[in-house]
Write a protein that binds this ligand. Sequence first.
Ligand SMILES: NC(=O)c1ccc[n+]([C@@H]2O[C@H](COP(=O)([O-])OP(=O)(O)OC[C@H]3O[C@@H](n4cnc5c(N)ncnc54)[C@H](OP(=O)(O)O)[C@@H]3O)[C@@H](O)[C@H]2O)c1
Length: 314
Amino acid sequence: MVIPSARIVIAGGSGFLGVSLAEYLSASGREVVLISRSAPKPVGDWKHVVWDGRTLGDWRHELHGATGLVNLTGRSVNCIKTPDHRDEILRSRVESTRVLGRALRIVDSPPPVWVQMSTAHIYGDPPELVCSEDSPFGHGLAPDVGRAWEEEFRESALPNQRRVILRTGFVLGRNRGAGGGALSTLKRLTQFGLGGTVGSGTQGMSWIHERDMNRLFERALFDPNMLGPYISSAPHPVSQKDFMRELRRAVGMPMGLPAFAWMVRFGAKWLLNTDPELILYGRYVVSKRLKDFGFVFQFPELRPALEDLLERRT
Ligand SMILES: NC(=O)c1ccc[n+]([C@@H]2O[C@H](COP(=O)([O-])OP(=O)(O)OC[C@H]3O[C@@H](n4cnc5c(N)ncnc54)[C@H](OP(=O)(O)O)[C@@H]3O)[C@@H](O)[C@H]2O)c1
């Protein structure tokens, strides 16, 4: 495949997904610019530019002549949902999207495509229903934030810009020094024998391997036929119980203590410093639009995805 010469700007690119994408794009000869408040911890083949995520600054010059913009900015949702945290979860997403839109309007040659991160949690936490792109949105903090984030994106993108939204599930990836997402935590718990069924275990886990995630970003950036919202999640979501069974297998841990909901409510808050609802609830999402579009996942099934990432040696 001939790789077009390209310069991709990734806002909120210093974290787990940004660094993974930056490595992927730069490995195929693309120039990458990461914009964030602090420099990414790992060193790589990219340029880093500082912003505050809400006001215009010199960072805007990076958008001039860029081939594409990817926006990943957002405070992590992996925390106890205090009023302060809830506020920052919302504002970091909406304000960063808004200021990117303002910057695009004052540069001479803005990127023709903007790929915007969103969340599969926008569909809420239906216990059994399998959601696709045209399912109604859910209710609660995450769906409300997702909705506000996407609305701001629609307002902020330029009228003639190709816009792609990726409503993303749980990304399974490696820790390159910028965080490893929730898989790192689950792997550690599993290695301690704590990787069992949680609550009923039927809550959905809609996941995607980071390589497929990066291939999707790439396709969204370079394929002019990609347009609008897509669910970015592998075609075979699983229950929490099945996910943990596969994870135990991948790390070679034969047992995993189950946990009742009350134990998770206590343990998540006091031991893991996070929101128990992230563990007790879930969702099953499958993209209809990616299927219609003919996107082929390299990791459609969970077992090979986990084996690839966790490099189990028997
Ligand atoms: N990882 C997943 O499985 C997953 C799934 C679905 C959606 N997402 C979404 O994808 C995006 C990237 O995920 P990630 O896993 O790479 O997250 P991450 O590692 O926490 O990185 C988040 C990025 O946002 C910036 N950021 C954090 N708080 C900010 C704030 N208050 N104001 C401005 N910038 C802020 C961070 O850089 P600085 O702090 O240096 O500015 C960093 O570049 C997030 O919006 C996340 O919600 C992730």
